[in-house]
Design a protein around this ligand. Structure first.
Ligand code: 9D3
Length: 264
């Protein structure tokens, strides 16, 4: 899979490509990441990529021409084919694991990293095929989002994490029973390793018991409990068993709501 990243900060990506899953995927030939400096697609002496917003207001906006030229230059490499072009922007649809699984399907992806107040809307409308945000917080540009998306897509590609034969989107279902990846829609249960006691803090007894049925039950209960407390939104789409429901009901009963003191 080839990623073409269009950015005014290509050097930003160099170090992250030298570590972990991105390095492995590039070394193993599963991924190729090409960095394109947006300024190379300008034609004025000052290599201008931005301009003041029509209608006034603070900040600067990416001009459409360099982005358009970058994308058409890349598309000219594969005549007759339009490439999937993702604009990273706070107005995009929310990135999730399901979106990562969608994005691993094409063999090429163009990622446009905006900066400043944003990118001329005609790019979103006529050049990009998709617009993605990584969450409801303010960043200064699309570079970190692009790196994050490549990281999460690349680790799904066959062979990258050793998932050589299985359909990559099945990687979670091949996990040992009792671990719950986000794919299953629950938060993960807690994990422990040696020593069994550290600073007086003990590992839950059941994990040392060797009783695998009890361990499985404990892990599922902890995953359900953490999800219920922290991410109740995830439970709405989760297929709860009868036993799950009984456990959540018991948690609900033992959780005392603090008495709210009404202030004047
Ligand atoms: C302070 C400027 N904001 C006015 C409310 C708008 C704004 C414009 C451009 C906010 C951030 C940015 C730059 N961000 C991105 O390009 C970006 C982003 C993000 O900020 N959050 C989550 N996902 C993404 S993807 C690209």
């Amino acid at each position: 899979m080839t990623f073409d990243v269009v950015t005014i900060f290509p050097d930003f990506f160099r170090s992250i490509l030298e570590y972990g899953v991105l390095k492995r995927a590039m070394a193993g030939g599963q991924a190729s990441i090409r960095l394109h400096d947006l300024r190379h697609f300008t034609d004025d002496r000052h290599r201008t990529v931005d301009d003041r917003p029509f209608g006034g207001g603070p900040g600067m906006v990416f001009k459409p021409e360099p982005v358009f030229k970058a994308v058409t230059t890349l598309e000219a490499e594969t005549p007759g084919r339009r490439l999937p072009v993702i604009l990273l922007s706070p107005q995009g649809r929310l990135f999730t694991q399901a979106v990562a699984e969608e994005l691993m399907r094409p063999d090429r992806l163009v990622l446009i990293c905006g900066r400043y107040e944003g990118v001329d809307e005609r790019i979103a409308e006529h050049v990009a095929s998709d617009e993605i945000s990584i969450g409801d917080f303010v960043l200064s540009g699309g570079e970190l989002p692009a790196a994050l998306i490549m990281e999460s897509v690349v680790r799904l590609l066959p062979g990258v994490l050793g998932n050589e034969e299985s359909a990559p989107q099945d990687s979670f279902t091949t996990l040992e029973e009792g671990s719950y990846g986000l794919r299953h829609g629950l938060l993960d249960c807690p994990h422990y390793t040696r020593p069994a006691e550290f600073q007086g803090w003990k590992v839950p007894e059941v994990l040392l018991s060797g009783n695998h049925q009890e361990i499985r039950r404990w892990r599922r209960q902890r995953a359900l409990e953490k999800t219920w407390r922290r991410r109740p939104d995830l439970l709405a789409d989760f297929p709860l068993s009868e036993e799950d429901r009984r456990w959540l009901d018991s948690l609900q009963r033992e959780t005392r709501e603090p008495v709210v003191q009404k202030s004047e």
